[in-house]
Design a protein around this ligand. Structure first.
Ligand SMILES: NC(=O)c1ccc[n+]([C@@H]2O[C@H](COP(=O)([O-])OP(=O)(O)OC[C@H]3O[C@@H](n4cnc5c(N)ncnc54)[C@H](OP(=O)(O)O)[C@@H]3O)[C@@H](O)[C@H]2O)c1
Length: 266
């Protein structure tokens, strides 16, 4: 029986993931929730989170932790995971660069997988984006990214959209910081600069995540779009990642490692 502790259990994604685990005969999901902590937003005490984790696991160490919570909470759970040598899957998004560095430092002694998107198809879309960006000429083809999410999403742009932008920047040999533009066209802005990767973020109602990458050329264009109709693809990908990570040596991985997609394409 694979014991999976789910942190952020009271959230939308944590709830769907736990429900998905209930349908698996060989997996036991342990809900780790600290409702008081979540009300207190980012300042919630670390020890409160950890005591919830200890209580749920009742002294027993789970085989793996799957986290869909909030950056500060994730960092606290990661410290616990590293101290107990528990592998960790992190689906939480919205980390700053310093937070990502701290996570990597904290987790270097355990197997950990971080991905802003656990869906198999979205990971494939990233690889397709890398191929298109490597082949299509920088000076003739513009790249625009449109992402849509529900009205309660906390961060913008989505980390998935940022990852797309990062892939394009890498393939084009551009600095992401210089080329990235977010949602800010208004008035007499003049012609589009060539060295630009633009992201537009749409938020509303119960929209479920959608990402489109548009390669706009001269007289033709190409679009790669990923749409999720439910959160189940993320749950499915997360369980696959959990089963995989428990067999890996210590290190920080992503879904492309698990899927063997790092090497097969450009
Ligand atoms: N990688 C992927 O494929 C993927 C897919 C979907 C969502 N996500 C990401 O997963 C995260 C959770 O998404 P969600 O839609 O489930 O969000 P949500 O409904 O807002 O739930 C977040 C949960 O995090 C916990 N939390 C801990 N500290 C918190 C704090 N300071 N403020 C707010 N919540 C806190 C709470 O659970 P407890 O009270 O139980 O601790 C809360 O219910 C987000 O970062 C989202 O972008 C990733």
């Amino acid at each position: 029986m694979l014991q999976v502790a789910v942190t952020g259990a009271s959230g939308r994604m944590g709830g769907v993931f736990l429900e998905y685990l209930e349908g698996q005969e060989d997996v036991q999901g342990l809900a780790v929730s600290s409702p008081q902590a979540s009300v207190a937003t980012a300042g919630a005490p670390e020890n409160e989170r950890l005591s919830c984790l200890e209580k749920v696991c009742s002294g027993q160490v789970p085989d793996v932790i799957v986290d869909f919570s909030f950056p500060d909470a994730t960092l606290a759970y990661a410290v616990w995971a590293a101290s107990k040598k528990v592998p960790m899957i992190i689906g939480t998004t919205g980390f700053t660069m310093p937070q990502l560095d701290r996570l990597a430092d904290t987790l270097h002694s355990v197997p950990a997988l971080l991905s802003p998107n656990m869906s198999l198809m979205m990971n494939l879309a990233w690889r397709m984006t890398a191929n298109a960006a490597a082949v299509l000429p920088n000076n003739k083809v513009d790249v625009e990214i449109i992402e849509k999410h529900h009205r309660d999403k906390r961060n913008a742009p989505s980390s998935t959209a940022l990852k797309i932008a990062q892939i394009v920047a890498e393939k084009r040999g551009w600095s992401l910081a210089e080329a990235l533009r977010h949602n800010a066209r208004w008035g007499m802005i003049g012609p589009r600069p060539q060295k630009e990767i633009a992201i537009s973020s749409v938020r509303g109602g119960t929209l479920i995540s959608e990402h489109s990458i548009i390669f706009a050329g001269l007289g033709e264009s190409l679009e790669i779009t990923h749409r999720s109709q439910s959160l189940e693809p993320f749950a499915r990908g997360s369980l696959r990642a959990a089963r995989w990570i428990v067999k890996q040596p210590p290190g920080v991985y992503d879904m492309l490692d698990m899927l063997g997609l790092q090497e097969v394409l450009y």
